[in-house]
Design a protein around this ligand. Structure first.
Ligand code: P1T
Length: 379
């Protein structure tokens, strides 16, 4: 099946008990057993639920993976993957990363004896000096949050495979519509399904997709044993959101390109971070591994201090000042005080997360309204 067909149908059949065309919300915590252990494949909803199962099959299909797991948030998905590691293990990851991932790595897993190297991943060879026998995982985002750096997934995968190190790609910003890391050699794909997969800013969820059965079994054990699994209502919402993923992403990309070009030409704007520009440092890699360039854009306000940046961020009327991204509505975010506040100043400024940086999640509203809003807010 092709992408749009998978988005609408994968994992979903008319309900066997009623013929309902849409997957029902199986709002139950537990399931009848005829005699102990004799049941229809479902025992207890922390581990298995039919609505969640349909979603997980759909998620796997979108990433061309064999297995899918849904978690109660993107962070819960990250947490489960990190629990594959043991004290003394080392992780190589990017220096530009979602603030919550950085916080979990440095303040939760570092305390359990896992060592993290935060490095510039713009060139795969940068990884080599950090590899040693303790290296067990490479964790990368591409495009990165919030400066839209592009990491060459196939290039990193080649190095990871040669050293027997697992590669996980956080594919939240691209969505499976724009990029499929498993096809490029990644072992695990992770998503904050809160974003483009859900698509309507009405649910918090995480997803993990992979091919290796042993690894899937290990992750399923953690998922069931630790229990950060989503309920049936949230599973239904993401399953429904995914049905329009391809339509929404097309519109996000179209609007994104126009907003990026508008910003680039604006006298109050200094840097614009968007992988679709020819002069983006890894534009050619983006062109090779992504189908389009997405609707996430960051920019700096020329010469603006924090106060002026706050004033500008508060002037938007169509873009809503809020954390998160990937919904149909446009959002504006100030990374330093919002999504990336938990990263120390020195570390974030080294990768361009400065006081006058603003991040846009360009939604699918009428482009003229979005450009007029930018025009009035930047006046
Ligand atoms: O919020 P949650 O569903 O737990 O997902 C965490 C997460 C993981 N990875 C990336 C790349 C993310 O962007 C996020 C969440 N990010 C935001 C809330 C944000 O506004 O950037």
């Amino acid at each position: 099946m092709r992408f749009a067909t998978k988005a609408i149908h994968a994992g979903q059949e008319p309900d066997p008990s009623t013929g309902a065309v849409m997957t029902p919300i199986y709002q139950t915590s537990t399931y009848w057993q005829k005699s102990p252990g004799e049941h229809k494949g479902f025992e207890y909803s922390r581990g298995t639920n039919p609505t969640r199962k349909a979603l997980e099959e759909c998620l796997a299909a979108l990433e061309n993976a064999t297995f899918g797991l849904a978690f109660s948030s993107g962070m819960a998905a990250t947490d489960a993957i990190m629990k594959l590691l043991k004290p003394g293990d080392e992780v190589i990851t990017g220096s530009d990363l979602y603030g919550g991932s950085y916080r979990m790595f440095t303040r939760i897993f570092a305390a359990y004896g896992i060592n993290f190297h935060f490095i510039d991943l713009s060139s795969p060879e940068n990884i080599v000096p950090y590899l040693n026998t303790k290296t067990k995982l490479i964790w990368l985002e591409t495009p990165t949050n919030p400066t839209m750096q592009i990491v060459d997934i196939a290039g990193v995968s080649k190095i990871a495979k040669a050293h027997n190190v697992l590669l996980t790609v956080d594919n939240t910003f691209a969505s499976p519509y724009l990029q499929n890391p498993i096809d490029l050699g990644a072992d695990i794909v992770m998503h904050s399904a809160t974003k483009y997969l859900g698509g309507h800013s009405d649910v918090v969820m995480g997803a993990v997709m992979l091919n290796d059965e042993d690894l899937y079994k290990k992750l399923w054990f953690i998922y069931n044993a630790c229990g950060a699994t989503p309920g049936p209502m949230d599973s239904f919402l993401v399953l429904r959101g995914i049905k329009t993923l391809h339509l929404r992403m097309k519109a996000h990309c179209e609007n994104g390109e126009k907003v990026a070009s508008f910003l680039k030409a604006h006298f109050r704007v200094d840097k614009v971070y968007w992988p679709g520009f020819n002069d983006h440092p890894n534009h050619l890699v983006a062109k090779k591994q992504m189908r389009d360039f997405g609707g996430m854009i960051s920019f700096t306000l020329k010469g603006a201090a924090l106060k002026e940046t706050f004033e500008t961020a508060s002037k938007f009327k169509v873009f809503t000042l809020a954390e998160s991204l990937g919904g149909v509505e446009s959002l504006i975010n100030h990374p330093v005080s919002m999504t990336h506040a938990s990263i120390p100043k020195e570390a974030r400024e080294a990768v361009g997360v400065v006081d006058n940086l603003l991040r846009l999640s360009v939604g699918v509203e009428d482009i003229e309204d979005l450009l007029e809003d930018l025009e009035q807010a930047l006046r």
